[in-house]
Structure formats: structure tokens, C-alpha cells
Design a protein around this ligand. Structure first.
Ligand code: 13P
Length: 251
């Protein structure tokens, strides 16, 4: 049985005060860490203060991104050892916003994944097609290429720290969600691709999250599908009542 994950990707939102209020509210109301894994991914400046607040809670923290080098002349960047030094051992990589606005391609993402894995970090790796690719019937090819191009060098130990998030780009922040059938179909496909790359056992164990306009009204339906192991939530993760309702749907 795969334990579900509900992860909140806060993106570039909230002030420190708002971030603290949000996690305080989550901490007060979330006590089911044995049943579902809950992760929040705030911006870099908040990771350390929130780490302190969440120390005695079951809520995990993740970075939204990191650099592939461990140190050096890379103005504005944050490295794996820096994250680890403030108690953060999780990172989201390959988000479509990073691919789209910051030109992160498959080769660069392969380097980031390798660095994260070399530092024994847990990774949520995002894949997903744009609308034109789905309309042209290319969505399966796109997702397979994204997986193979960036995850081909993973060892079995690396795979055990890997989570995949399927986030169709046309569903992100648009209010338009993939139907549970569309999500299930793609998640099943992703599991097959992982099986080809890493073997059947790894494919059965890996958690595959759905992301793209997850909200309280659609979460239970999505999470009830056999290959949907939880969600990567954007907008709705900024509202404690919505995020808690989505967590509830994963229980
Ligand atoms: P929304 O839930 O706002 O559509 O964002 C999804 C997402 O990009 C999570 O990483």
C-alpha cells in the first residue's frame, strides 16, 4: 500500500507573517501523519523559520527548486548543502514554471536530480504536457521523454527517494482539472515507463501525484483512482481550510 502524499507548492506567494499563520493553522489541525504524508514548499527565505515552527509536527518542508552545483559563483542561487544545513532534505524539480520561464531543460534537470540524489534528498519531479501536445495526441510521448531524459541515471536507492508529479500544464492555475480518468490513464502510463526504466517493484512502490487545479471539490475523486497517490497543490494550498480539506480527501 503506497502512503498518499499531499504537497503544497506555494510558488512565489505570501509574506513571512502569512506563511507562519498558514503553517500554524495546518499544525493545529493536522494529526494524521501516520496515514498521509503532508509537505509544504514555501519560498527559500521561509524554510528555516518554518522548520523551527514545524519541528514537532508531522508536516514536512520542501524547497521549490535548487541549483545543480554545490557551491560557487552562481549569484542568486541556492545549493543542496545549503538546504541540508537548514534542515531541508526535500526539493521539487522540473516544475513546468521552471521549464517555461527559466529555460530548465531535460539535461539541466538531470543534473539537478543527480545532485539532489547524491545528497540523499527526496525529490518531487514534475512532468506534464502543454495543451497543444494533448490536442495533437502527443501527451504520452512528451511525458515519457521528460522522464527518460532526466531520470535515466537513477540508481535503485535514488528511485526510493523519488516521487513523480504529473501536472498537465493546461490544468495549472487555470481552474481546469484533468478528469480522474485522464489522470488515472497518465499515472498508469507513468508507472509503466518507470517499470521499463527501473523494474516492476520500483514502479509499484513509487508515488505519483496529480497536480493542476486540485481543490476540495475534486480531490477525493482524483485520489480514489488506483494510480493517483496524492496531489501537488498550488493555489488551494495557500488557504488552510482548502488545503486541510484536500488532505482529508487523501485519508
Ligand atoms: P494549481 O493548483 O494552482 O493549479 O497549481 C498546480 C501546481 O503547479 C502545483 O505545483
Amino acid at each position: 500500500m503506497r502512503k498518499k502524499i499531499v504537497a503544497g507548492n506555494w510558488k512565489m506567494n505570501l509574506t513571512l507573517k502569512q506563511a507562519i499563520d498558514l503553517v500554524e493553522e495546518l499544525k493545529k489541525n493536522f494529526h494524521s501523519g501516520d496515514k498521509v504524508e503532508v509537505v509544504v514548499a514555501p519560498s527559500f527565505p521561509y524554510l528555516y523559520p518554518l522548520r523551527e515552527i514545524l519541528k514537532a509536527s508531522a508536516i514536512e518542508l520542501s524547497a521549490q527548486n535548487m541549483h545543480w552545483e554545490t557551491a560557487g559563483a552562481f549569484t542568486g542561487e541556492v545549493s543542496a548543502p545549503m538546504l541540508l544545513s537548514v534542515g531541508i532534505d526535500r526539493v521539487i524539480l522540473g516544475h513546468s514554471e521552471r521549464r517555461q520561464y527559466f529555460c530548465e531543460d531535460a539535461g539541466l534537470l538531470a543534473k539537478k536530480v543527480k545532485t539532489a540524489m547524491d545528497h540523499e534528498m527526496q525529490v518531487i519531479f514534475c512532468v506534464g504536457e502543454v495543451l497543444e501536445e494533448r490536442e495533437a495526441g502527443r501527451h504520452f510521448d512528451t511525458v515519457r521523454e521528460q522522464l527518460e531524459a532526466s531520470l535515466h541515471a537513477l540508481t535503485p536507492a535514488d528511485w526510493s527517494r523519488m516521487t513523480i508529479a504529473y501536472e498537465p500544464v493546461w490544468a495549472i492555475g487555470t481552474g481546469k482539472t484533468a478528469t480522474p480518468d485522464q489522470a488515472q490513464e497518465m499515472h498508469r502510463f507513468i508507472r509503466q515507463v518507470v517499470s521499463g526504466m527501473a523494474g516492476e517493484q520500483t514502479a509499484e512502490q513509487i508515488r505519483i501525484l496529480y497536480g493542476g487545479s486540485v481543490k476540495p471539490s475534486n480531490a477525493a475523486d482524483l485520489f480514489s483512482r488506483p494510480d493517483v497517490d496524492g496531489g501537488l497543490v498550488g493555489g488551494a494550498s495557500l488557504k488552510p481550510e482548502d488545503f486541510l480539506a484536500i488532505i482529508e480527501a487523501a485519508l
